[in-house]
Design a protein around this ligand. Structure first.
Ligand code: ZN
Length: 492
């Protein structure tokens, strides 16, 4: 978008062009050149300003709930209890979202985790798990049976949502509404790439935006394709730096889990926000090298947009014909064989057949390992739960500098509370989410000795879960940016 002042400048230039063309009887070649140059300069100027103002309208409603990132507690090694049919419904009419309490009351036969029982016997889809409760969606035709089972095992149910499909439909409708003009067209295409923060975007738009940004700031931006996915999509990372050789590095990624749409949106916003005010940014921002990867799992992300809104993993084929995908955040080579992941390809937390078996994992590991010198922070954005957590997740101890990590996280959380009135919690991962191996955060800390490693669980706390309405994107992204700003300041 252009400001009125900018528009006036361009209109002025255009009126000069009009006057020139009408009052000159014969237009010389040099005049044509001058006109062309004026038009090009004006257009370029307008484009350069385009990314400065998108997403500035803020303040939506605030909703406080409670929830957490999914982590399983028990190792799952018994493959025999699964059947091959893991086809998930792509339509969720009448599917409810339950929060189940007293989960420790469940003593499964053969140590079968509750999550597996719900997934495979009652068609459940686990959204979140922590030490206190479990969020799981249950299909309409299984509600009665699942309720009986939970009652028999002395567990309590809170119904967070009565119809997941309505959430999905509303999410789409809100996006359309917010991007419509009075004339009924989707016009909020503020940049050439079509990027704005009123709705979620497909991968093409996010990548075009990255190319557009690189084109506008060629002196400080570099765009990498760090690898390809199984389905042939690029894995893209944008670097922003005035001095890549010397400045301290901060890595930011999003979209490891496909259905957590607000994560790529937030990371894209962070990219925009850093550059939109680049010349006015404080030194602790400008004197850093930023690596930004908005979508670490492009295949999964596109699948969640086209086929199944609640898809989590990537799209690797497996030995089970009908079961696709590895949970990339269980695939890194750290505590890979321990807790919190599954050995079964049909599970939503399938860890892969070996550590770093996946192309996405390999690409990130290779890229970061090569750049580990001066890498001071690894920030990875997920949803939902409103948490800022730090290592370890794969074992029940804290890192030696946990007090520093906690202090910085406390500051970020306090700043968020002031800015958007949302409650985020800062803690060590295993204490709030339970144990889980194979995470990107733990890997970065252990393998590369990166000091400031955080996993951020963005909005919300359980009402909308993964299906966060688009009118909450900007405020959520501001919360993400506040975390980035706070960590950058701490590294100064
Ligand atoms: Zn996640």
């Amino acid at each position: 978008m252009k400001t009125p002042k900018d528009r006036r400048k361009c209109n002025l230039s255009r009126s000069i062009i009009t006057t020139t063309t009408t009052t000159t009887a014969t237009i010389s070649a040099s005049t044509v050149l001058l006109i062309l140059l004026t038009v090009i300069t004006c257009t370029t100027y307008a484009l350069a300003l385009d990314i400065r103002n998108i997403g500035e309208e803020e303040k939506d409603q605030f909703i406080t709930n409670s929830g957490n990132e999914k982590k399983q507690l028990e190792p799952t090694n018994d493959e025999t209890r699964y059947d091959d049919d893991n086809t998930r419904p792509t339509h969720y009419e009448g599917t409810q979202l339950w929060r189940i309490y007293n989960i420790t009351n469940y003593l499964g036969k053969n140590r079968t985790p509750l999550t597996d029982v719900l997934e495979y016997k009652y068609g459940g889809d686990v959204w979140k798990e922590n030490l206190k409760f479990l969020d799981v969606s249950i299909k309409k035709d299984q509600l009665k049976r699942a309720r009986q089972f939970l009652k028999q095992n002395h567990m309590e149910i809170e119904i967070l949502n009565y119809n997941i499909q309505k959430l999905i439909d509303d999410e789409a409708a809100i996006g359309v509404n917010l991007t419509q003009s009075d004339f009924g067209k989707r016009t909020r295409k503020s940049t050439a790439s079509g990027m704005h923060f009123k709705d979620y975007h497909d991968l093409d738009t996010i990548y075009s935006f990255m190319r557009e940004v690189r084109g506008k700031y060629p002196n400080i931006c570099r765009l990498y394709s760090i690898g390809k996915t199984v389905e042939g999509r690029d894995l893209k990372v944008l670097r922003i730096s005035e001095n890549p050789r010397d400045y301290k590095k901060i890595w930011i990624d999003g979209g490891i889990h496909a259905r957590e749409w607000v994560s790529p949106a937030t990371v894209t916003f962070i990219l925009y926000k850093l550059l939109a005010n680049w010349t006015d940014q404080p030194d602790y921002i400008k004197q850093k090298t930023w690596y930004i990867m908005p979508v670490m799992n492009p295949d999964g992300y596109e699948y969640s947009r086209r086929e199944n809104r609640l898809w989590r993993k990537n799209r690797s084929p497996s030995k089970h014909e009908q079961c696709y995908g590895v949970d990339l955040n269980r695939n890194f080579d750290i505590g890979w064989q321990s807790y919190g992941s599954s050995t079964h390809p049909c599970s939503d937390t399938y860890r892969g057949h070996s550590p770093a078996s996946e192309l996405e994992t390999q690409a990130v590991v290779k890229f970061l390992t090569k750049r580990k010198f001066n890498l001071h922070s690894y920030l990875t954005f997920h949803s939902y739960g409103q948490l800022m957590v730090y290592p370890w997740a794969y074992r029940a101890v804290k890192v030696k500098d946990a007090n520093i990590l906690q202090r910085v996280a406390n500051t970020a959380v306090q700043r968020i509370a002031k800015k958007t009135h949302q409650v985020y919690r800062a803690a060590v991962t295993h204490e709030v989410l339970g144990l889980a191996g194979g995470g990107s955060d733990d890997w970065c800390r252990a393998a590369l000795s990166t000091p400031f490693v955080y996993t951020v669980e963005l909005r919300d706390r359980g009402h909308y879960g993964f299906i966060l309405p688009p009118d909450q994107i900007i405020d959520t992204a501001l919360e993400g940016y506040t975390i980035v700003d706070t960590v950058a300041q701490a590294i100064d």
